[in-house]
Design a protein around this ligand. Structure first.
Ligand code: SAH
Ligand code: SF4
Length: 378
């Protein structure tokens, strides 16, 4: 490790990335500019006039510069000191995979060499970015490929924002930013990385940040009960989706062993207590597994669980993957399930996007051998 003193504060910069691979379940602060808010920038720029922090913030998020050299509003000596003190921190692009349906799966490289996946899904009325919040995931849901990776580490706020910056730039989305829709449904359990997720959301939504409405950002959780309550108290917060995936305690324990710690009844109580805003509904995600949780009786139990909650339901037919022991239900089973739930709450069937490139829900995992794909760039 070496430390550099540049702007009145010590920054620890890993001397070699090799160290990080051993000890980084909790990452070193990487000091990247992307991910900093005004107070961070003030601290970094201590000794400089106060307005400099805002100038850098506007350049990072308002103009979305790709190098410190582009921050022309700063005098050259300050730019050069800034460049030495902190990297910009945008992710690198290892590869992109293009699906027949237009979905693009990006493998992005972080400062410590770890990689993370993010998915771009163009739709008629909007462009959805599915981004990751952790490298891997510590929650061991039985139907999810990411679970097989375990947790490598949390992402920083800058690494979360960086995925949005990268995908939006690569797909020319800033031309009409109102179409951007963000779902934190990639790798990881967002509520186990809540401070960084909320910091990222503040930057994504700030009017001088990326200016994306919190109504267009959704965080999805496997049901980390204390963190659901905590998120409800945050001043700036996205929409919340709960991955329910089962209609009884016993069934949920089988599919999502985290239920042993956070019981289904308590989860539903936390949902009922969640402070929804006037414009907001809680979302419930339900992955349908053939012969496991897809019967009409399950649908009716689900309806009872959701009673008195202002919500909508998204059904997802299982996306298969190597090592996943479950099967996708037949379309008529899915239709019957949906018809029952729909009588009580809006209930949608999520179209699988990018299944052919392993980009669909629950399929994000670094492949030792990538499927045969059209790779573009990288
Ligand atoms: N960890 C968070 C967010 C990432 S998972 C969560 O679990 O909510 C995003 C969604 O993908 C969740 O709703 C999850 O239930 C779903 N999912 C996981 N594996 C899947 C699979 N194989 N097929 C379809 N959906 C899956
Ligand atoms: Fe983690 Fe979500 Fe996958 Fe469960 S479904 S293992 S919480 S990413």
């Amino acid at each position: 490790m070496r430390t550099r003193r540049k702007f009145g504060r010590h920054f620890t910069i890993p001397a070699s990335t090799a160290n990080l691979n051993i000890v980084d379940r909790v990452p070193e602060p990487l000091n990247a500019l992307v991910g900093m808010e005004i107070p961070d920038l003030r601290e970094l720029l201590a000794g400089e006039p106060g307005y400099r922090a805002q100038q850098v913030y506007d350049a990072l998020y308002g103009r979305r510069v790709t190098s410190v050299d582009e921050i022309r509003v700063l005098p050259a000596p300050l730019r050069s000191r800034l460049r030495d003190a902190a990297p910009l921190g945008l992710p690198g692009q290892d590869s992109v995979f293009l699906s027949a349906d237009g979905t693009r799966r990006y493998l992005l490289r972080l400062a410590d060499g770890k990689t993370v996946e993010a998915v771009f899904m163009p739709e008629e009325a909007r462009d959805t970015l599915c981004i990751s919040t952790q490298v891997g995931c510590p929650v061991d849901c039985r139907f999810c490929l990411t679970a097989l990776m375990g947790l490598e580490r949390n992402l920083t706020a800058g690494e979360i924002v960086g995925q949005v910056l990268h995908l939006a730039r690569a797909n020319h989305l800033w031309a009409d930013a109102r179409r951007i829709n963000i779902v934190m449904m990639g790798m990881g359990e967002p509520l186990l990385n809540l401070p960084n997720v909320l910091k990222a959301v503040r930057i994504l939504t700030a009017s001088r940040g990326l200016g994306i409405s919190p109504r267009r950002i959704t965080v999805s959780t496997s049901g980390i009960i204390p963190k659901i309550a905590e998120m409800g108290q945050a001043e700036v917060r996205p929409r919340l989706a709960i991955s329910l995936n089962a209609s009884t305690e016993e069934q949920r324990r089988e599919l999502m062993p985290i239920t042993r710690k956070y019981h289904l009844n308590d989860l539903m109580a936390a949902c009922r207590a969640y402070p929804l805003r006037t414009w907001e509904k809680l979302s419930f995600e339900y992955v349908l597994l053939r012969g496991v949780n897809d019967t009409d009786a399950d649908a009716r139990r689900l309806v009872r669980l959701l009673a008195n909650i202002n919500c909508k339901v998204n059904l997802i037919a299982l996306n298969p993957g190597p090592g996943i022991q479950f099967e996708t239900p037949d379309p008529d089973r899915v239709a019957s399930f949906q018809a029952i739930v729909r009588k009580s709450a809006p209930c949608f069937l999520r179209k699988p996007r990018g299944r052919d490139i392993y980009a669909a829900c629950g399929q994000l995992k670094r492949m030792t051998e990538e499927p045969p794909l059209v790779a573009i760039g990288g």
